[in-house]
Design a protein around this ligand. Structure first.
Ligand code: KIV
Length: 277
């Protein structure tokens, strides 16, 4: 059984933390069976599961449906619900109320992007109220419009120091870990070495305490675009298309359903039916 304590234990034992995203019941079951360290129900589901253009339009109520499905499928996993755009930015009360909805839906923790006075106060309130928080720094997709696109962060010594300072504030506020997204590997290494809590990299090199990627990216199911940091461990899109083509072929040439997939009348009932004619 994985808990929030698993993160610090793995970091302290110099063992890497492996995390993945999941959005639905059956994928969560398979990931759970593989013994993943934690699952993020990421707001990336806006694009990957719902076909939205970005993460801005996904709502807390939509996110909750996916958190419920994943928590039912991944019974032994530590599940983190990603707080969507503007679901925690308006006030501490709004953030706390929505974080609580995530926990009631089956998440064990929440993830928040960025670091400012509001976020730091919210992290404190959440952790005091029994809601563990995973931070998120570097490229933060919910701030894409202010960042100016998918830009690598922390490319100079000054910028790295700013990210480290934010990371240390998140640590002090009570985060149990921090996602570092789109940061050069050396920068992520420096930040990781100067924190007590683990860092979870995505496009941040091998020296983070752990890694997270979008499952549909690494299994080749989401094919709209593939970031440089994605390695494909399977090609599910092609496998699904091939499987569906075989199904269509067998329906058309009447090899599916065969006797194995059909229900038969008893011999007597069959004869009766024929005699009615
Ligand atoms: O939404 C998401 O999937 C994320 C990543 C860190 C994978 O935030």
């Amino acid at each position: 059984m994985k808990t929030v304590l698993t993160f610090q234990r793995l970091k302290d034992n110099n063992e890497k933390i492996a995390m993945l995203t999941a959005y639905d019941y059956t994928t969560a079951q398979a990931i759970n069976e593989a013994d993943i360290d934690a699952i993020l129900v990421g707001d990336s589901l806006a694009m990957v599961a719902l076909g939205y253009e970005n993460t801005y339009n996904i709502t807390i109520d939509e996110m909750l449906i996916f958190v419920k499905a994943v928590s039912k499928g991944a019974k032994d996993s530590f599940i983190i619900g990603d707080m969507p755009f503007m679901s925690y930015n308006l006030s501490i009360e709004q953030g706390l109320e929505n974080a609580a909805k995530m926990i009631k839906a089956g998440a064990n923790a929440v993830k928040l992007e960025g670091c400012n006075e509001h976020i730091l106060s919210l992290i404190k309130r959440c952790t005091e109220s029994g809601i563990p928080v995973l931070g998120h720094l570097g490229f933060t997709p919910q701030l894409m419009n202010t960042i100016g696109g998918h830009k690598i962060q922390g490319k100079t010594a000054e910028k790295i120091e700013i990210i480290l300072e934010s990371a240390q504030k998140l640590e002090e506020a009570g985060c149990f870990g921090i996602v570092l997204e789109l940061i050069p590997a050396d920068s992520a290494k420096y930040i990781t070495e100067n924190l007590k809590i683990p860092t979870i990299g995505i496009g941040a090199g091998v020296n983070c305490s752990g890694q997270i990627v979008v499952t549909d990216d690494i299994l080749g199911k989401f094919t709209d675009f593939t970031p440089k940091f994605v390695k494909k461990f399977a090609n599910l899109h092609d496998e699904i298309t091939a499987g569906v083509k075989s199904y269509i072929r067998e329906v058309k040439n009447e090899t599916f359903p065969s006797i194995n997939e059909s229900f038969e009348l008893t011999k007597e009932e069959k004869e009766k039916l024929l005699s009615v004619k």
